[in-house]
Design a protein around this ligand. Structure first.
Ligand SMILES: Cc1cc2nc3c(=O)[nH]c(=O)nc-3n(C[C@H](O)[C@H](O)[C@H](O)COP(=O)(O)O)c2cc1C
Length: 168
């Protein structure tokens, strides 16, 4: 089992990375990131998702243009689009794909780290067209993966426990 203190430290040290080295990620590591996603929990275990690994430069450039704040995606050696299958789980696909995303982000961070950043604001219809998906598919996010360029950013602020936690 993982040491709980170390695990909490690991969670606290993860940062969103927005600048990447021009260095390939070995396939084995991409496989591990995909596995971490595949093992995410989902409502009624419906697993309403698919993953698209994007390495092609042209595709990377095209999908990066769909992001409002994520053009840096095109720098990353690999992107993974996380697709929600709305027909499989109409009520939970957003939550379920969010859990996939978190699993992948944490797995990546444990690998070196490999950095990534959740891309939230994007033109999902446009991304869906570029990826040739069906109208019932939901592009939850497209995660860029790459080795961080330069220093790991300083920790971002968190609200205090006093503000967040109530005990009854
Ligand atoms: C749902 C969601 C959407 C986000 N969308 C974006 C985005 O579009 N572009 C971006 O650069 N960062 C995005 N982020 C990253 C957040 O800005 C980042 O997680 C937050 O500032 C905390 O920093 P940390 O991840 O380094 O702890 C998003 C994060 C989440 C959870």
């Amino acid at each position: 089992m993982i040491n709980p203190e170390e695990f909490l430290k690991f969670l606290k040290e993860r940062r969103s990375i927005r600048s990447f080295l021009d260095k390939e990620i070995p396939d084995k590591e991409i496989e591990m990131i995909l596995e971490a996603g595949r093992w995410a929990p989902s409502a009624s275990n419906k697993q309403p998702w698919e993953f698209i690994v994007i390495k092609d430069k042209e595709f990377k450039l095209k999908v990066s243009k769909t992001a409002a704040y994520g053009r840096f995606m095109k720098q990353a050696p690999v992107l993974i689009a996380i697709i929600g299958k709305t027909r499989i789980s109409p009520k939970w696909y957003i939550i379920d794909t969010s859990l996939v995303t978190m699993n992948m982000m944490l797995m990546a961070w444990s690998l070196g780290p490999i950095g990534t950043c959740w891309i939230g604001s994007m033109n999902r219809e446009r991304a869906r067209d570029i990826l040739k998906l069906s109208e019932t598919d939901y592009v939850a996010t497209i995660l860029p993966f790459g080795y961080p360029e330069g220093e790991i950013p300083s920790p971002t602020a968190r609200k205090s426990k006093e503000k967040l936690v109530k005990e009854i």
